[in-house]
Every structure is written in C-alpha cells, then in structure tokens.
Design a protein around this ligand. Structure first.
Ligand SMILES: [Zn+2]
Length: 447
C-alpha cells in the first residue's frame, strides 16, 4: 500500500469527525433514497436516524420524527445502502495485492487490509481457512473496539489434502492436511478450541492434476465440526463433489459449481437444509482476464486502491503475455460462463445465495473485487436489487444478526452513494460517504 493511501486511511480511522455528533448523540440523514438490503422497495425521501452505533429509526421522511437537537445531514439526491458483506475472503496473503509475500501474514498488513476494505464500503468479511492463530488475538482487539476497520469472521486454519488443494507456495497454504479420519477429527478439535466461526475444507483436484480430499476425510471433518457446533464450508468445483458434500452434511458451498449445469437433485438438496451458495464469480474472472487486460483496469475506483507500480505491472505487455500463456485459460473462461449460468438457475430456484469474492489472494483485489462481483452477478441475470440483497441481507445473515440491513436496532453500517445502483449496479462505486457503527469513516478517493 502506498504512503498516500496509508495516510488517507489513517485519517479515515480518526474516531469521529468532531462535528458528526452533537450532544444528544443523534444524527439524522435526511432526503436520500434508501435501499435497506431486505429487498423491500426503496424508500424515497427517507430519514435515517442514528443514535450511538445503532439505527434508531428509518422510513419515509414524513413518518420519522427527528429528535430535537439531533444533527441533520442533508443527503437529498443521494442513495443510501448497507455496507457490503463478503462471505469469502483471505487476509495476509499478499502485501501489494498482486504477488504473494512470505511476510504478508502480519498484524500490520492485516490491519491495513481491513481498513482498506472498509474504505471501499465493505463492512464485514469472512476469512476462508487461511488464517493463522494471530487472527484470534486480532479478533480480541476488534471485539474491544480497537480495530476501526471491516469486521472479520474466521474459519481459522482450514483443511486440505497432502500434495493437493490448496496448492502453491507461500503463507497461504499453511493448513491442516489430515490423512486419516482420526487425524481429521483431532485437527478439527484443535481448530475448534480457538472458537472460529466455521470450518473450511478444500475439495478440488485442479483440473485432474492433484489428489482430491476423500469422502471419508471430509465426512469426519464435517461430523466433528458439527459436534462442536461449527458449520462446515467447502471449496468446490464439480457438481458431483457438491452433491457428495451435501449428503455428508456441508453447510455452505463457497464457490460456484463450474463443470456442468446444476440439476434438480442439487437444488433439492441445497434447499432441504438451506445451504449457502457463494458464487465468487470475480475469482473466476481473475483466472483469465489479465491475459486480455481487464476492462476495469482504467476504472479510477479500481486504480485508487493500487500502488502505481502494481498498476504499471498489470498494464505491461510482459504481464499480459505471461497471463496469456496459462494453458488453463480457455477452461477458466468456460468456468466463469458455467458459473454465471448456474447462479441464475440456483437463484431463481430459491437457493440461498450469499456473496463472496475470494479476494485477498494475489491478483484478487480486496475492496474493488466486491463491487466487481456485484456487476458480474447482474451480468448473470440477477437484478441490481437481487444482487444487493445477496451482498447485504443474505451474506450478513450467514454471519450474524445485527448488521447487513438498514432497520431500526441494526448497527449503523451504510454507505452514501452519488448515484442509484438500481439504475446501474456500477453506481455502488460512486461512494461519497461511509458510516460504520454510527461513525463516518473516509472512503477511498478515486483521483
Ligand atoms: Zn478462497
């Protein structure tokens, strides 16, 4: 992260702009169009009343009495929506966003990343299985209110396969790799002792090149996780694995099914237990788009979050040629197309569709990727309102109960936009203000 950005973020986390709260501690934002995240029709000319860190009242302007002495902020012509919630991220895997770095898993870097996320309007994330024990110390700090940043939930140290997924070099892959069901159960007990929010497993064979986790191993992990009241979530690629995982009791599929169209059996199994489906379309886009030069490379909202050197690299012919030499390019591109088809099918069938990006892995940029994911969901056939509900109400509902929608009693986590994302989903990028827990923080500033 560059120095200017760091400075901006440091300013952003100064507790409160002194003028933001008056003596009554109540703030009224008046006049905006409000999308509350529940899927209800947007509220025109609304009043959003905040007391402390909570929403005290929200509704049409004529229906809300503003507490005498409250500070009024005129937001006429703007749109207010909840902060985004990302159910699938990784922290501490890269420092510059593009390349893995062996020292990336540090408190300093993770702090910078979660501040960066909040500046992009991402209020809450779940980290999917690449955390080290440091995350539990940081969670304590967050609960004590010492981390003004995106809130995080963690799966702790996840479960992969020896010689298989998750593969590659670097800090990312320091996970459990049990070889027997007994080992798997013992390792789940070790993870559970830290009280993570869920357990993450990888079930994939990298296009047939690596060993895949055997069903008896994931059955043991899922059973032991459930024994500890923990939900088990899976990286998947193939339809057959998804069905087998569902039969084994999995609670969430954290990527799209990408090998073939989903069928009625899968839909029935997912709906029977209200299993979460997290498409992570932008993850699939990132596996081939750098060969072409992504259309969003010129987007100031994207560029604002990157180091100049990283932008130079992304734009260099050498980098694009290297990306184009990936033998899996055509498969990766086809995977995204299948993911988009399956998202539309599953959403329309009433499957519980959350929101995730797999951002935080090298080349998957935290903050921007959440907005790009919304665009890809709309490209798949969802309406902007449907995509927003996935990224707020549904994504949050999987993690907690007091955020993700703008309703009285909920945490006052929202962003103020200069244009309406229901007209064009890309308008979520037009952030003019961000509020978290009833306090304004400074948004990312496209130049
Ligand atoms: Zn992931």
């Amino acid at each position: 992260m560059n120095r200017l950005l760091k400075m901006l973020l440091a300013l952003a986390i100064l507790p409160v702009l002194a003028s933001a709260h008056n003596s009554s501690g109540t703030v009224a934002l008046v006049g905006a169009l409000v999308i509350d995240g529940t899927g209800s029709a947007p509220i025109e000319n609304a009043t959003l009343l905040i007391t402390g860190d909570k929403i005290q009242a929200i509704g049409a302007r004529h229906s809300i009495r503003v507490t005498p002495g409250a500070q009024r902020i005129d937001v006429t012509g703007r749109t207010i929506m909840p902060l985004l919630v990302d159910d699938h991220t990784h922290l501490g895997q890269t420092i510059n966003g593009l390349e893995p770095a062996p020292n990336a898993y540090s408190e300093e870097n993770i702090r910078a990343q979660i501040e960066h996320l909040l500046a992009y309007g991402v209020g809450t994330i779940a980290v999917m299985g690449t955390d080290h024990d440091l995350i539990y110390t940081m969670r304590q700090e967050q609960m004590a209110g010492k981390l003004p940043s995106a809130h995080f939930y963690t799966a702790g140290r996840g479960f992969g396969v020896k010689g298989g997924a998750p593969g590659g070099a670097g800090a990312a892959w320091d996970v459990n790799r049990p070889e027997t069901p007994e080992e798997a159960r013992a390792e789940v007990r070790e993870v559970a002792a830290h009280h993570p929010s869920f357990v993450k497993i990888w079930v994939d064979d990298s296009y047939g090149r690596a060993p895949k986790m055997k069903p008896e191993i994931y059955q043991a992990i899922i059973d032991e996780a459930h024994r500890h009241q923990l939900r088990a979530l899976a990286h998947v690629y193939y339809l057959a694995d998804a069905k087998s995982l569902l039969a084994a009791g999995i609670d969430g599929l954290m990527h799209s099914i990408r090998d073939q169209p989903v069928d009625a059996d899968l839909i029935t199994a997912m709906k029977a237990r209200n299993v979460l489906y997290v498409p992570t379309l932008v993850r699939d886009e990132s596996t081939f788009i750098y060969a072409e030069g992504p259309p969003w490379l010129s987007d100031p909202f994207f560029r604002a979050g990157l180091l100049p050197a990283v932008l130079d690299k992304l734009e260099s012919p050498a980098f694009q040629q290297h990306a184009a030499s990936d033998p899996d390019l055509a498969k990766n591109s086809a995977s995204l197309q299948m993911a988009e088809i399956n998202l539309e099918t599953l959403f329309n069938a009433g499957v519980r569709v959350g929101f995730g990006t797999d951002a935080g892995m090298p080349g998957r940029f935290l903050g921007y990727f959440e907005h790009r994911e919304l665009q890809l969901m709309v490209q798949s056939g969802l309406t902007p309102m449907q995509a927003i509900v996935c990224a707020t109400h549904t994504a949050a509902g999987f993690l907690g109960r007091d955020f993700g929608t703008l309703q009285s009693g909920q945490r006052a986590d929202f962003m103020v936009l200069d244009a309406n994302p229901l007209d064009d989903i890309r308008n979520t990028e037009k952030i003019s203000a961000i509020w978290q827990g009833g306090k304004p923080v400074k948004p990312i500033a496209p130049m």
